[in-house]
Ligand binder design. Structure first.
Ligand code: G3P
Length: 271
């Protein structure tokens, strides 16, 4: 499974590439806002800042999202993103919401799919985002998306919310779902965010589709393991979780003892 960092914070991105574990970067408008509000000094313009992210990503894919709701405008924005940033990296991936419809504007449901198809036909790499059903994943994959981003943590949040369960963002939600009063809590046959990943992987494999399943909205390290076990091709992981996945108390305890026990003579052999 490839590991992407889900961040627009340049220091975090550089750090994770320095660790040698990053295969790509995903951003979204909320992550960019956070990074810009927190980090960007007044004299750095956003174009250079994004350019810095692209340079730090060393030619691996970086997803940048569009903001329009009409396919035509999403395509124009996608092409603009590619044109504006291709001098920094050729591996730009245009992030398109699988459906840009909102409660207030419900007439644009298929605009995302249309834009995915058009950009993919023009040979631009597309990351179909905000996928919450296997059917959406199927449509995005059929439209030519290179990646389909499944929002694991937000699906868990949604199942909890529909059933009046309270939990912190990071709290573990079992991949196999939660039973309550003899029934599984679910959303239209999906019992957890990781179950959604499994179902999407199965559909994509069964039908020989080319899209890669990208597990996004990852909130804790156990979800990273479960995304890998579910067959996700990629997990995009926030910095806080990436820092956490290497840790185990017994590893730290073991290495302390090895250091203490090392014979002086052996240390000399290593110099
Ligand atoms: O990868 C999508 C991600 O940035 C959303 O994560 O934790 O806000 O649901 P989250």
């Amino acid at each position: 499974m490839k590991i992407f960092i889900d961040s627009a914070d340049i220091e975090e991105i550089k750090q994770v590439y320095d660790w040698g574990i990053a295969d790509g970067v995903t951003t979204n408008p909320s992550l960019l806002k956070k990074a810009v509000d927190e980090k960007k000094s007044d004299d750095t313009d956003l174009k250079s800042y994004i350019g810095e992210i692209l340079r730090a990503s060393k030619g691996t894919p970086v997803s940048l999202e569009v903001t329009s709701k009409k396919a035509k405008n999403m395509v124009l924005e996608g092409v603009m993103l590619y044109r504006n940033f291709k001098s920094y990296s050729k591996n730009i991936c245009i992030k398109i919401p699988v459906s840009p419809a909102t409660k207030e504007d419900s007439k644009v449901h298929f605009e995302g799919i249309k834009a995915i198809k058009e950009l993919s036909d023009r040979k631009l790499n597309v990351n179909a985002t905000l996928v919450f059903t296997p059917e959406q994943a199927l449509l995005a994959a059929k439209a030519g998306a290179k990646y389909v981003s499944i929002f694991v943590g937000r699906m868990d949040d949604y199942i909890r919310q529909k059933n009046g369960l309270k939990a912190s963002r990071e709290e573990y939600f079992p991949a196999e779902g939660i039973a309550k009063e003899d029934r599984m809590l679910e959303d239209d046959g999906v019992v957890s965010g990781i179950d959604l990943v499994s179902q999407c992987v199965e559909i994509i494999k069964k039908h020989g589709l080319k899209a890669e399943v990208l597990a996004a909205s990852i909130r804790n390290k156990r979800q990273v393991r479960e995304a890998a076990l579910a067959g996700a091709h990629i997990a995009t992981i926030p910095f806080s979780v990436l820092k956490d996945i290497i840790k185990h108390e017994k590893t730290s305890e073991g290495i302390k003892k090895f250091y203490e026990d090392t014979p002086e003579e052996y240390k000399k052999l290593l110099q």
